[in-house]
Design a protein around this ligand. Sequence first.
Ligand code: BTN
Length: 326
Amino acid sequence: MKTAILKMLRETDGYVSGQEICAKLGVSRTAIWKVICRLQEEGYQVEAVRSRGYRIVDGPDVVTSEEVTSLTSTEWAGKTVVYYPETDSTNLRVKHLGDEGALHGTLAVADRQTAGRGRRGRSWESPGGSCIYMSLLLRPDIAPDKAPMLTLVMACSTAEGIRDCEDVEVQIKWPNDIIIGGKKLAGILTEMSTQVDYINHVTVGVGINVNIRKFPKEIQNTATSLCLETGRPIKRAPVIAAVMRRFEENYGIFMQTGDMSGLMGKYSRFLVNRGREVLILEKGSDYRAYAEGINRKGELVIRREDGTKENICAGEVSVRGIYGYV
Ligand code: BTN
């Protein structure tokens, strides 16, 4: 009932009368009053005016299931939100939820992770109360070798979702780092549970630096946060809801063809490396080339100095700017 009342308050401009809430939810005025009091205790500023009703003025920066769900208007992506005040890793939680039969689109969100995981076996700094740690469970009917493209679909959706909420210039460093001003704002880790030729489920985990102001020494020159970029604190739940909305839309486009055909134009426009000279780091042979965009398989299309074109596969090589990270 808390989520339903929050949603009604959020979706109404001005006051919602107690009578309207009673009629819609089939509960008593006393029950509504109790929920309003609980919301106020949790930090929501809800105004109660006799003969007009209730109006939400402001809310706390929380990522609880009620808060995220009350802001989410999707059909399936993030429709069910499982919230952890603290957990090891939302990717691990989603993997277990997936094994137990949870629905396609189930989203795990944590306020803090004690064992946040990054790509290439790295760890992901996950302090409490300041960032977004979320993982989405997917059950796509595609061949396992196509699943890595879901990382690119999420990269596109994260970039768009952030841009929907804040006036910042977001870019993507291929394949899946979200960048602002040449520094990393967010990362994506996709993991998969498969049979030989069948996907059981896929976990797409996203970490977004939101209100963190100080990073560990090793990453302080290459990492940034939304609060550092905009100069003010940002509420996390609306960003989660916006990314889910974009992901649902982009996933639909991806599933029509099972590849990046419908998204490669959009993705390439976000690409920080596009038209730039990059350093391709391959085992044993590093070389310079120009990045042109991605192809329908999500590979990076590069042009070597002698003019020959090549498609680069994520996972086999990594790409850097010639003067640094991007
Ligand atoms: C990267 O190395 O760039 C990927 C980082 C992914 C971090 C997110 S935070 C939510 C989810 N849970 C994890 O343990 N990792 C991902």
